[in-house]
Design a protein around this ligand. Structure first.
Ligand code: NAP
Length: 479
């Protein structure tokens, strides 16, 4: 297990020698003591990335692709070890962690290919003596700040496009989950990635590390995934050096089920969307809007499926719902349930903490709430826990109005068989991602990201690499 900072191709202790403990949220057991990187380490990482940039950007895209593919191959080779590490530090069930490893590798595989297609343009000039060209050049050092809920995939989703574009990178992983990022760095080293192309600075003083990233002209792009609150702080800080930002922030996804939906598919989708990672995903359904005609049938089936979920340590066989990431996460989910109940909602299953033998008191029973109204906290804020609030609606226009009545705009889901309605909903929902009869739309090939307070920019797809490229216009007088 690698626990030191990864700077300039080597694992090195923090400059001041300090470490911090990474704990398994299921058991509170210490998984490892990890280097407590700070501003000095972050600056050293940026310097290493800046030194590595000229040679890396000059490599042929096909060579950069080989490096990315090799790292992906090593991830597949070590999938079981990476999944176990991921489960240990973020608590998610092993089966989900295994899926995360292959999802994470897919960003390296996709961008290994996409990096070969960074085409320029020629423009017909009005002056026949000129040739006008548009080149797309890697922007410089890219910084990545990642959250704990997908400790591997959030790193590679930023690393794939950055490295494929020819940028070098510095990464600050979430303090709860630095080990997965360091494991990826070790595989990059094993794959022969040149020193300084990828650097990882773990630490608990995120503002100090982020400030060091943003305090230099070398860093020309920051990709952040996390809360809207921190996204705003970084956006303000980026003004000083006029740095480009990609922000993947909070979500508050509506999951809309119409009377004409395939109810089996809608319930299966609801389970996949809401309860993956114990409800701690930014695109997970946060509010269920169900048309009156199928409301009771949907609630009955959802309740039966939710009641059957197995809560436990993510590493234990058969676990489907792991712990919340920390005590604050548990308290927030509980507070949302208590607020909803106080205002008249009822739990058809769950609604309380779950006791798991031999584990910490950090588990929540998967919960379905009915009689929920837009006045309740769970209908206005991201819960980030295994709580499914259901609200009935009568007309399509009501569903649309309620769904859009939020400052967030990451993902929305619609379950219906009506083609014309699908067109109306996909055009009118104010969201960056719309899943139509599909609860798991995220994939390396498609642009992922939100509108309004859910963020700026896109990750994934051919759009994802654009974030790391500067346009350079060349006006060439030939006669
Ligand atoms: P968070 O507190 O914003 O943390 C995310 C990252 O930012 C961590 O690495 C954290 O470091 C760092 N950070 C914290 N304060 C900072 C500061 N002042 N300056 C610079 N960096 C700072 O978010 P979280 O609570 O871990 O994650 C949950 C949120 O992320 C949810 O709102 C969720 O919706 C969102 N999310 C969005 C997406 C998406 O793609 N849109 C994906 C996943 C999660 P420390 O860990 O050291 O504090």
């Amino acid at each position: 297990m690698h626990t030191a900072c990864f700077i300039d191709g080597a694992f090195v202790p923090a400059r001041d020698g300090r470490t911090f403990a990474v704990r398994n949220p299921a058991t509170d057991a210490i998984v490892a003591q990890v280097a407590e990187g700070g501003a000095g380490d972050a600056r050293a990482a940026v310097d290493a990335a800046a030194r590595a940039f000229p040679a890396w950007k000059s490599l042929a895209a096909i060579e950069r692709a080989r490096h990315l593919r090799r790292i992906a191959e090593l991830m597949h080779r070590d999938a079981e070890r990476l999944a176990d590490l991921c489960s240990q530090e973020c608590g998610k069930p092993l089966a989900e962690a295994r899926t995360e490893v292959s999802y994470a590798a897919s960003f390296l595989e996709w961008y290994a290919e996409e990096g070969k297609r960074v085409y320029g343009e020629t423009i017909p000039a009005s002056d026949p003596a000129k040739r006008l060209l548009v080149l797309r050049r890697p922007c410089g050092v890219a910084a990545a700040i990642t959250p704990w809920n997908f400790p591997i995939a959030m790193v590679t989703r930023k690393m794939g496009p950055a490295l494929a574009a020819g940028c070098t990178q510095v990464v600050k992983p979430a303090e709860q989950t630095p080990l997965s990022a360091l494991a990826i760095a070790a595989l990059a080293g094993e794959a022969g990635l040149p020193a300084g192309v990828l650097n990882v600075v773990p630490g608990t003083d995120a503002p100090a590390i982020a400030s060091a990233f943003l305090d230099t002209l070398h860093v020309r792009h920051v990709s952040f995934t996390g809360s809207t609150e921190v996204g705003r702080i970084l956006l303000r800080q980026s003004a000083e050096q006029v740095v480009r930002m990609s922000l993947e922030l909070g979500g508050h996804a509506p999951f809309i089920v119409f009377d004409d939906a395939d109810l089996d598919a809608a319930v299966a989708g609801a389970m996949a969307s809401k309860f993956r990672n114990a409800g701690q995903t930014c695109v997970c359904a946060n509010r269920f809007l169900v048309q009156r005609g199928v409301h009771d049938a949907f609630v009955d089936r959802l309740t039966a499926a939710v009641a059957a979920l197995k809560v436990g340590d993510g590493r234990a066989a058969g676990t489907q719902i792991g712990p919340l990431i920390d005590d604050a996460g548990l308290r927030k989910a509980e507070a949302h349930v208590a607020d909803a109940r106080a205002l008249g909602a009822r739990a058809t299953t769950g609604g309380a903490r779950a006791a798991v033998a031999g584990c910490a008191d950090r588990f929540m029973q998967p919960t379905v709430l009915v009689g929920v109204t837009p006045a309740m906290r769970c209908f206005r804020e991201e819960t980030f826990g295994p709580v499914a609030p259901v609200c009935a609606f009568d007309h399509e226009a009501d569903a649309l109005r309620i769904a859009n009545d939020t400052p967030y705009g990451l993902a929305a889901y619609v379950f219906t068989r009506d083609g014309a309605r699908i067109v109306r909903m996909t055009e009118e929902l104010q969201y960056g991602i719309v899943g139509v009869n599909d609860a798991l739309p995220a994939t390396a090939q498609a642009p992922f990201g939100g509108v309004k307070h859910s963020g700026l920019g896109r990750e994934g797809g051919r759009q994802g690499i654009e974030e790391y490229l500067d346009l350079r216009y060349v006006s060439w007088r030939v006669g």
